[in-house]
Design a protein around this ligand. Structure first.
Ligand code: ZN
Length: 255
């Protein structure tokens, strides 16, 4: 097992490279670079729940939705991950616009069942607790669901996925839509986490910060925190609650 140490820099989206102190928070419209034993991972937040990672094992799009022009400056997708069927995570028209010749997808079974034949032919479905591979990348599907009784109508247990991506010496957790369920809290050795917070659909900042204290990712992005009807969660408050427990990366998800 190689060392899990890595270093982080922040690169402005346009222009030169800016090196910031280790604990510095990312500026708006910036991409974070995480050095791993296998090479750099560059994270490009796009909007709400959608982001792109350039990795040593390919370019990975997560829950890409919206106009294809949002992704026009980014390299094309080798792999697309879909967590679940809601419109802020899955839009077939976006997928069709983004597909390149060799793009593959990994989806939960419910989304797989909705795919047209062309998309289905490129897709691998995995359910909660299952594992698959994309080349040398190991992908685990982790249960994502509402545990609060009044919210279970949004994300019933067993349907939707979180994902853990295991690169050589570096593990990434992508929450999708979930509360701080036991399957999340029991995660270990997560280097980088993308953690939802959004009421009433997922959880509040307090539950999200409690989860961070439990599974202790080294870096964590709060995301999809802009709720409806007063449900918006404040990522700065989340960072305060996490404190020194993790390096919280504040990105411009709604710019
Ligand atoms: Zn959802």
């Amino acid at each position: 097992m190689q060392s899990r140490r890595s270093f982080i820099t922040t690169t402005a989206a346009m222009g030169g490279t800016v090196f910031l102190p280790f604990a510095a928070r990312s500026a708006a419209h910036a991409s974070d670079i995480f050095a791993t034993p296998a090479g750099d991972i560059t994270v490009h937040p796009v909007n709400h729940a959608s982001f792109v990672m350039e990795t040593p094992l390919g370019v990975i799009y997560v829950d890409p939705v919206g106009s294809a022009s949002l992704y026009g400056e980014l390299p094309g997708a080798d792999l697309i991950l879909i967590t679940h069927e809601h419109g802020d995570h899955y839009q077939p028209e976006t997928l069709n616009a983004l597909l390149q010749g060799s793009t593959q997808m990994i989806v939960n079974p419910a989304v797989y069942g909705k795919l047209a034949a062309g998309l289905k032919a490129r897709s691998n479905k995995i359910a909660n607790g299952e594992t698959t591979n994309f080349g040398a990348l190991k992908v685990d599907a982790i249960a994502a669901y509402n545990s609060t009784a009044s919210r279970q109508k949004y994300h019933p247990k067993g349907r939707d996925n979180s994902y853990v991506l295991s690169f050589e010496g570096f593990r990434v957790y992508i929450s999708g839509d979930t509360e701080d369920v036991p399957e999340m809290r029991a995660l270990s050795q997560i280097d980088l986490a993308f953690l939802c917070m959004n009421l009433p659909f997922t959880m509040d900042v307090t539950a999200a910060a409690s989860a961070v204290a439990a599974f202790r990712p080294r870096f964590v992005y709060p995301y999809h925190y802009r709720g409806r009807q007063g449900g918006t969660q404040d990522p700065a408050q989340f960072a305060d609650l996490v404190g020194a427990g993790a390096d919280v990366r504040l990105a411009d998800w709604y710019g």
